[in-house]
Design a protein around this ligand. Structure first.
Ligand SMILES: CCCCCCCC/C=C\CC(=O)SCCNC(=O)CCNC(=O)[C@H](O)C(C)(C)COP(=O)(O)OP(=O)(O)OC[C@H]1O[C@@H](n2cnc3c(N)ncnc32)[C@H](O)[C@@H]1OP(=O)(O)O
Length: 324
């Protein structure tokens, strides 16, 4: 994408993609399975719900589905805000699908990386106001997805009413724990989100922050205690895809919705122009270095030592899951 196209995208968000049916005020699920989009033209709010069990990990197809959904929603001029959520109440996104990284196919690997770069360009540079509703874990590229949004609300965690076990989600760029490093554009996004020193520490240590700490360092903007709300708003209920219709009383989604509504009321030209002030140069920089970044990624990931670490990590994940 050349800089003019990127600029036009940021300014106008106009793409040559199919738009939602013009007569539709409230669409039920416009789904491509991996991502479910719902829109409400009356409120100007859409919801993009990640739906790739078991962990919403980011395969190439998942990245493409996210980009397609953003483009489709952006093509509807009546929509100003979008909530990014998950059908999994315990996992927002587990980051990159690690199976893409282990013994990778040499033709697919650069395409996979390109698809993630495109998520950065499309989500971080979207004309839409984006609100991440982080119900569950958001490690590594899951954290990146949240950071690429304009606002982040995170669940403070909850207690399973049957087992009485506490679930506390965490968020952060934990790449070093896997023996890899976040790419510059992702690491720098953390720097811009939490400041230099906190990012430097967190990147080196691969810190995963629980909600209170994430709030304290500024990685999320708000945390929401998990106490079922007494009532739900019809507009939010209608926006929820069928897979999470029962979440209408979820205070996290309610908080995300109210933030999306605040954004939707700001004159869009002013809101988009202000977004460009902080984001445009970073997107241009990444686009300029895109090929170099891809080569660096492929070279790094295919190193013997890195493959060894990643294989061990995937094995540990499988063993952990098998022991449950
Ligand atoms: C500078 C040079 C460039 C180099 C660049 C490198 C690229 C850097 C950018 C991003 C890196 C990444 O995003 S790597 C991925 C990092 N993600 C993680 O470390 C998270 C791993 N997962 C977990 O810690 C946990 O699964 C969880 C905390 C997210 C949830 O825990 P829970 O106990 O609820 O669930 P399970 O662990 O049992 O998992 C369920 C199920 O999901 C599978 N799973 C989990 N995570 C992933 C993943 N990232 N990819 C693929 N699959 C994943 C897990 O194996 C279980 O599957 P099964 O039930 O089928 O066994």
């Amino acid at each position: 994408m050349n800089s003019l196209r990127a600029r036009a995208h940021l300014l106008f968000g106009r793409r040559s993609h199919q738009s939602l049916a013009p007569h539709q005020h409230l669409s039920p699920a416009v789904a491509n399975d991996l991502v479910i989009s719902t829109v409400d033209e009356n409120s100007g709010i859409a919801m993009l719900t990640m739906n790739r069990p078991p962990a919403n990990s980011l395969s190439m197809e998942m990245n493409e589905a996210i980009c397609d959904s953003i483009k489709t929603i952006e093509a509807n001029a009546k929509i100003q805000s979008v909530i990014l959520s998950s059908t999994n109440p315990k996992i927002f996104s587990a980051g990159l699908d690690v199976t893409e990284l282990v013994s990778p196919d040499k033709d697919r690997l650069p395409r996979f990386w390109n698809s993630l770069q495109q998520v950065y360009i499309d989500l971080y540079g979207s004309r839409l106001a984006t609100v991440a509703a982080i119900q569950g874990h958001a490690p590594a590229a899951g954290c990146f997805l949240a950071m690429a949004c304009d606002y982040r609300v995170m669940s403070a965690g909850d207690i399973n009413s049957d087992t009485k076990k506490k679930h506390v989600p965490t968020i952060g760029l934990n790449e070093t724990q896997l023996g890899i490093a976040a790419p510059p554009w992702m690491g720098q996004l953390l720097v811009r989100t939490v400041g230099f020193r906190q990012a430097e520490l967190a990147l080196a240590l691969g810190t995963l922050f629980p909600p209170e700490q994430a709030l304290a360092v500024g990685l999320v903007d708000d945390i929401v205690p998990h106490q079922k709300a007494e009532s739900g708003e019809d507009q939010l209920i209608d926006l929820l895809p069928s897979q999470i219709k029962d979440q209408a009383l979820n205070p996290l989604l309610q908080r995300a919705y109210s933030q999306a509504r605040i954004y939707a009321k700001i004159p869009p030209q002013a809101r988009v122009a202000s977004k460009m002030v902080t984001r445009e140069e970073h997107i241009f920089r990444m686009i300029a270095k895109r090929d170099e970044d891809t080569q660096h990624f492929c070279g790094f990931v295919t190193q013997k030592a890195v493959q060894k670490n990643l294989s061990a990590y995937v094995e540990a994940l499988k063993n952990k899951s098998a022991k449950k």
